[in-house]
Design a binder for this molecule. Structure first.
Ligand code: SF4
Length: 302
């Protein structure tokens, strides 16, 4: 089989930074250490952190003392206030690109904008963004929800969860402009998401099978699987190599591999090794084609 790894796949700079900060905290802090929800949405990363003594909590109220790590997805200011009122040491690993959205919605709210936030209501990042402009934000995700968004004579702006599909954002924008002709648009889908989607789309149409490596809890991994599925019907999301099933490749030769922004490199390598084994079992010598990517850097954040 021919195995193609997309140009951009796996951990982004924001996730790398958050994991590094959490590891350093685990090494250097003395008292108990907790992380609010999941540091990043990957089960392997979360389990590894638990093995280092950093356990997830669902709410600040569960923490009686010690250090609280804020995940890469960011939180509402009220969460930080509560942590401080409990005298917790706060280590904030919020991705700078999420913090940028916090600043945008805060500035829009100060100017009394109605803010339409394209995102998943129950996602940590979306709930955190909402907390920065509580009364001004209207969260929606499905096209059918647009007719229920408020009509107003005042200014209206659109922002997005960082991990939305770029194609879907454009479709939503077209519909919104009919309802809000003066809409102010802030495309806050992050650079890492865009690069992973673009490079998956660049190969998916020529593949017999597309594999996305990432956890179900990872919004950007689910999105990668969806966008790949638009061009390649046999598109699967797997958390680890053991979930890859040999029957998916029966009569199929070209396999594309991509991975979400929270997926560590070793999980991608494990999947590639599993695909090589499956190819050998079929009696076909595998070849792996890797598209070299440039080192990613944070785009300048203002
Ligand atoms: Fe930051 Fe984007 Fe990575 Fe999320 S996916 S951590 S917003 S760079």
């Amino acid at each position: 089989m021919e195995i193609f790894l997309t140009e951009y796949a796996g951990v982004c700079v924001g996730v790398k930074r958050a994991i590094k900060m959490a590891h350093r905290t685990a090494e250097e802090s003395s008292g108990p250490i907790f992380v609010l929800h999941e540091i990043v949405h990957n089960t392997h990363v979360v389990n590894d952190l638990a093995n280092r003594g950093v356990h997830s909590v669902d709410d600040v109220s569960e923490v009686q003392g010690g250090t609280l790590i804020i995940s890469a997805h960011g939180v509402s200011p009220s969460v930080i206030d509560e942590a401080k009122s409990r005298n917790l040491d706060v280590v904030d690993t919020t991705c700078p690109l999420v913090s940028k959205i916090h600043r945008i919605v805060k500035a829009l709210a100060d100017k009394n904008y109605t803010i339409l936030l394209l995102g998943e209501k129950s996602h940590d990042e979306v709930m955190g963004v909402q907390g920065h402009a509580e009364d001004h934000i209207h969260i929606f995700h499905r096209k059918e929800e647009i007719s229920g968004l408020p009509l107003t004579n005042g200014p209206v702006a659109l922002v997005s969860q960082t991990t939305q599909s770029i194609k879907y954002f454009d479709e939503i924008l077209e519909l919104l402009l009919k309802r809000y002709p003066q809409l102010e648009v802030h495309n806050t889908i992050c650079d890492a998401t865009e690069k992973r989607q673009t490079s998956a789309l660049a190969i998916a149409g020529n593949m017999d099978v597309m594999i996305t490596v990432g956890s179900m809890s990872s919004a950007n991994s689910r999105r990668l699987q969806e966008v790949s599925g638009g061009l390649c019907a046999a598109s699967y999301l797997v958390d680890q190599a053991s979930e890859v099933q040999a029957e998916w490749f029966s009569g199929r030769e070209r396999v594309g591999v991509t991975a979400g922004a929270s997926t560590p490199d070793y999980l991608i390598e494990d999947v590639i090794e599993k695909l090589k084994e499956i190819s050998l079992q079929k009696g076909v010598a595998p070849s792996v084609i890797r598209n070299e990517s440039a080192e990613e850097e944070f785009i300048e954040v203002h």
